[in-house]
Design a protein around this ligand. Structure first.
Ligand SMILES: Cc1ncc(COP(=O)(O)O)c(C=O)c1O
Length: 391
């Protein structure tokens, strides 16, 4: 349906039952080789556009269906599937840079994004500079004639600074720099970066799109202007994903809204409860009015996921271990976006260079899963009791 609302797009995009025996979901194509009926058809395939099925790595009806759905949700021209969120990030960073370029990356970026930029881009003669996530239009002062790319992530996934994306994108355009955004936290539902001047919005679909912690997947949503550049880089780098994982991404989209409603509600509930605990200095959640970037969140985003942090008062390591060792529901582990709640101590200060993080107490990142929030609170309550007993 033309101009369908996002929830309708979630339910219908990327599938065509009547072209598939009436079966509701599209088939999962496992493919490497594609056979041609004759030599002429084989030769024609070499001249075919990127969305033609001519070799498994380039794309299959399964990956095209997933890409179509995510692109439609974000108002993009087309999307490109990757094997992981990080593969999407490295593909974007390679797509827009060449020797002699300068790139600007938010200081709050996901750690492995920094690692790729620092260890790989620099090997090809690209200068990498980090900027304060709160910089907004002030980024103009850092832009150089050779700035090819500005990489933003809002909010940052450990410290949750909101960025003024429209202001940053407008400034970047003045020197012709491309803007790439890691939009994993907001998902395609709560922020559509391409509508605000961003050229590529990428996702670790591993998180909320897949939603069940059982697949690795990435996706880059592109404007028409940059799609060919990104797809060419993806083809050169071998960026693609296994069909079963792509299918899990497409299936995850169908229930993403209802899952996110609960993640959002439980996340805010836990944040509120934590904010009233004596062990907590402050909670860091963009959807709370006490967050320094709350106005930006309110202006630009239409919702929040279940990921946020809580800064604790300083405690000895043994007490923190006592708190962590014994959770019944919260898993201690990396990643987020699945149905299960997670908790993790994080150390943003260790990777920052443009800004400082020198809070003395531990920063704890929580992912509110789909369990009953009362039970999650009981699990946290017991954890604080263990902490108190160890002091
Ligand atoms: C904000 C953010 N971007 C990207 C990634 C990378 O995604 P993946 O684990 O699918 O490579 C992660 C993973 O934790 C993340 O938190």
């Amino acid at each position: 349906m033309k101009d369908a609302k996002p929830d309708t797009v979630l339910a219908h995009a990327g599938r065509n039952p009547l072209a598939n025996h009436g079966i509701v979901n599209p088939p999962v194509y496992h493919a490497s080789t594609v056979i041609y009926p004759n030599l002429e058809a084989l030769e024609a395939s070499d001249r075919a556009p990127f969305d033609t099925v001519n070799y498994g790595r380039i794309g299959t009806p399964t990956s095209f269906a997933f890409e179509e759905a995510v692109a439609e949700l974000e108002g993009g021209y087309r999307a490109v599937t990757a094997a992981s969120g990080l593969a999407a990030i490295s593909t974007a960073l390679m797509a827009f840079t060449r020797t002699g370029d300068h790139v600007l990356i938010t200081d709050s970026a996901y750690g492995p994004t920094r690692r790729f930029a620092n260890e790989t881009l620099t090997r090809y003669g690209v200068t990498v500079e980090y900027f304060d996530p709160a910089i907004g239009a002030g980024i103009a002062a850092l832009l150089r004639p050779n700035t090819a790319l500005v990489f933003v992530e809002s909010p940052g996934s450990l410290t949750f600074e909101m960025q003024d994306i429209p202001a940053i994108a407008a400034a970047a355009k003045t020197v012709g720099a491309r803007v790439v955004m890691d939009n994993t936290w907001a998902t395609p539902l709560f922020y559509q970066p391409l509508r605000h001047g961003v050229d590529v919005s990428l996702h670790a679909a591993t998180k909320y799109i897949v939603g069940h912690s059982d697949a690795m997947l990435g996706v880059l949503v592109c404007t028409e202007e940059v799609y060919a550049t990104v797809k060419k880089a993806a083809v050169s780098l071998g960026t693609c994903a296994g069909p079963d994982d792509v299918y899990l991404g497409l299936r995850g989209l169908r229930t993403m809204r209802v899952r996110l409603k609960q993640h959002q509600e439980s996340g805010l509930l836990l944040a509120d409860w934590l904010s009233r605990r004596p062990e907590v200095v402050r909670v860091i959640h963009p959807a709370r009015p006490d967050h320094p970037g709350h106005d930006l969140w309110k202006r630009d985003f239409t919702g929040a996921c279940g990921l946020f942090s809580a800064l604790l008062h300083p405690v000895p390591k043994a007490a923190l271990s006592a708190m962590f060792d014994g959770f019944e529901l919260f898993g201690i582990g990396y990643s987020w976006g699945g149905f299960e709640s997670l908790i993790l101590p994080v150390r943003p200060g260790a990777i920052r260079t443009a800004t400082r993080w020198d809070e003395p107490g531990p920063l704890v990142r929580l992912h509110a899963g789909l369990e009953d929030p009362d039970d999650l609170i009981r699990d946290l309550e017991r954890a604080f009791a263990r902490l108190a007993a160890a002091l």
